[in-house]
Write a protein that binds this ligand. Structure first.
Ligand SMILES: Cc1cc2nc3c(=O)[nH]c(=O)nc-3n(C[C@H](O)[C@H](O)[C@H](O)COP(=O)(O)OP(=O)(O)OC[C@H]3O[C@@H](n4cnc5c(N)ncnc54)[C@H](O)[C@@H]3O)c2cc1C
Ligand SMILES: O=C([O-])CC(=O)C(=O)O
Length: 339
């Protein structure tokens, strides 16, 4: 008998990771995931899905290191298992190159990727405009495969999935859920009235270039080339407060020029498609709980949104953090429950 009920709003990589974490760890809970968009129509589907990130300014670095480590430690065994291709998770090796010496020659996540090292002068020769580089192997998690795989895993753990827009948290409170978990990404702007969330538009192309085996990421990710399972993702753009979801042909042209200057053979690659996503950006990702008065009830709400360009990278780590907060809420709602 499931004695408690949790609802997770959000069908992207953050929502499914959080829902799976809760459903698998708390078998006494009935977990429902509600979203108005699912794969292939989420921002997560547009992500290249490479595990790399920059730090949020006001969150302790140790906590961000833990989120990165927990995510890569969760994905590495999947990448090395027979489930890898169904889940869309695999290892990816390559280079992050810089025209100027970066502030952090060794990024905060360097110990968690595999084989991190500074590039040699010999390796840098093929990038004559760049004077410094880092070589490593990380994980690439392609959400168009990963999300359906996670949904299966969620249903196997007893989870239920509902396609519906939530206009107000009050709607969920009146359905009697014990805890509400908000993984609505950019949707949090209207769902919980968070004016700190804003879009950072990203456009990427998928091209056919099976000869490319290594990723190349320029500087802080202005331009990148990520070989994937079926195609190579080339990008990108970072247009702040730009809500346009339609493809901009000038952006495509600019991306192809920038990426071809890093890898000249790309000018011969066939373009298979172009997509646009709006990163759910926020100065600091929000992973916290609060009590919200909904009608006559004080309802515990756990927030997990605002991952910007790093939602895949931090997905499992922040989901585990949210799980810890859900546990605390449930203890307060039903102190004697076996959790
Ligand atoms: C071009 C591009 C490249 C990227 N590359 C990478 C990368 O290589 N690595 C990386 O880590 N990240 C990358 N990102 C960032 C990544 O895509 C995001 O951080 C991540 O997808 C955020 O996941 P999410 O689940 O929070 O949001 P989303 O995927 O946007 O999901 C939000 C969900 O909430 C639902 N929702 C919202 N409001 C409501 C509501 N009111 N009612 C019901 N449902 C609601 C939506 O329907 C959706 O299901 C990239 C992004 C872009 C645009
Ligand atoms: O920066 C990258 O390499 C890819 C990414 O996360 C993004 O475009 O948001």
């Amino acid at each position: 008998m499931k004695s408690m009920t949790v609802v997770v709003v959000g069908g992207g990589v953050v929502g499914f990771s959080t829902a799976v974490c809760i459903a698998e760890a708390l078998p006494y809970c009935s977990v429902t995931l509600i979203a108005d968009r699912f794969t292939p129509d989420t921002t997560s589907d547009v992500a290249a899905g490479i595990l790399i990130c920059s730090p949020f300014p006001d969150i302790p670095l140790e906590q961000q290191q833990r989120w990165f480590k927990e995510t890569i430690d969760h994905l590495l065994p999947i990448a090395q298992s027979e489930q890898a291709s169904e889940a869309g998770v695999f290892l990816s090796s390559g280079w992050q190159i810089h025209k100027e010496l970066p502030a952090d020659k060794v990024p905060f996540w360097s110990a968690f990727v595999l084989g991190f090292r500074i590039m040699t002068d010999r390796e840098l020769k093929r990038f004559p405009d760049h004077k410094f580089g880092q070589a490593f192997t990380t994980v690439k998690c392609e959400c168009s495969n990963y999300l359906p795989w996670m949904e299966k895993r969620f249903r196997k753990a007893g989870g239920q999935v509902v396609k519906q827009k939530v206009n107000d948290l009050q709607e969920l409170s009146s359905q009697g859920y014990d805890v509400i978990v908000n993984c609505s990404g950019l949707g949090a702007k209207s769902l919980v009235g968070d004016s700190q969330v804003y879009p950072v538009r990203g456009q990427v192309l998928k091209v056919q270039a099976p000869w490319l085996q290594h990723f190349i990421r320029d500087g802080e990710g202005q331009s990148y080339i990520y070989p994937g399972m079926h195609s190579v993702t080339v990008g990108g753009t970072r247009q702040v407060d730009d809500w346009r979801l339609e493809v901009d042909p000038e952006d495509s042209q600019d991306i192809l020029e920038r990426c071809s200057s890093l890898e000249p053979s790309l000018s011969r690659a066939r373009v298979l498609g172009v997509s646009v996503g709006l990163r759910p950006s926020r100065k600091n990702v929000r992973v916290e709980r609060e009590m919200v008065l909904l009608g006559s009830r004080q309802v515990p709400v756990v927030h997990n949104y605002g991952h910007g360009g790093w939602g895949v990278t931090l997905s499992w780590g922040t989901a585990l953090e949210a799980l810890g907060l859900v546990r605390k809420c449930l203890h307060e709602v039903r102190p004697r429950a076996r959790l």
